[in-house]
Design a protein around this ligand. Structure first.
Ligand SMILES: Cc1cc2nc3c(=O)[nH]c(=O)nc-3n(C[C@H](O)[C@H](O)[C@H](O)COP(=O)(O)O)c2cc1C
Length: 222
């Protein structure tokens, strides 16, 4: 698979089969993904890859908290500014419309939206997951490095015929993840990532993108 195909075929997949992901495949992907660039080669990502009983335990504990109506854990970082300005506000609204519209959930049905969102904490049925941490003392440039690492992982997964969904949703249950992976105190959970083989019988709607000229400007003197 060439890089363009990996990039264009990657989607946030939210429905997986229970087909196991071989440990060697995950090791191959991660061993290559750590070639991702980072400022001064700090390599600020810290990833935990879970399968089998440990992942089942995280999902079970998160499911119990959801069922009990447990409040989210205290945030360790701000996911979005409190008042999202234009054009981001509109893009988020369009995403919500598409995501829940494709599931047949109308805008006003907050409960149904929450039910659909709760699949996050079952990793959408995926048999493997990655939980990505970063040292709490690092700043925006290192968070960006972590993003490059995560995208590299997701593209390499495509090359292996695998799909993924990055999930900030897991940061809301960071204590539950920590109970199982026991990260050092200085780390905070940026996001999870569901990994597996797509269940192609489920919704496969693709997100759109803003027109190129909204986000990219060529300055060539022409
Ligand atoms: C850092 C990050 C966190 C995300 N968190 C979630 C999440 O918690 N749950 C979810 O369903 N999708 C999540 N997504 C997926 C985005 O919604 C998705 O990437 C975006 O809508 C674009 O769609 P595409 O990835 O299918 O192209 C996340 C993506 C990124 C990069």
């Amino acid at each position: 698979m060439d890089v363009y195909e990996a990039v264009t075929s990657r989607r946030a997949v939210r429905g997986f089969t229970d087909r196991e992901v071989p440990r060697e495949t995950l090791e191959r992907v991660l061993a290559a993904a750590v070639r991702a660039p980072s400022g001064s080669n700090l390599q600020p990502w810290r990833a935990y890859v879970l399968t089998g009983a440990p992942l089942a335990e995280v999902k079970k504990r998160a499911g119990e908290r959801l069922a009990a109506g447990d409040p989210w854990d205290e945030p360790q970082y701000q996911q979005y500014p409190p008042a999202l300005k234009s054009p981001y506000r509109e893009r988020r609204a369009a995403f919500g419309e598409q995501r829940y519209g494709s599931l047949g959930i109308p805008r006003h049905d907050i409960e149904a939206r929450q039910r659909a969102a709760s699949a996050n904490w079952d990793c959408f049925g995926a048999p493997a997951a990655l939980f990505c941490y970063i040292d709490r003392d690092l700043g925006p440039a290192q968070w960006s490095d972590v993003g490059m690492f995560l995208q590299t992982v997701m593209l390499l997964l495509r090359a292996e015929g695998l799909d993924s969904c990055a999930q900030m949703a897991w940061a809301k249950f960071h204590r539950t993840v920590a109970e199982v992976v026991s990260p050092p105190d200085e780390l905070i959970l940026f996001c999870g990532m569901s990994i597996g083989f797509e269940d192609v019988t489920l919704d496969r709607t693709r997100t759109g993108r803003a027109p190129l000229e909204e986000t990219v400007t060529f300055v060539d003197g022409g």
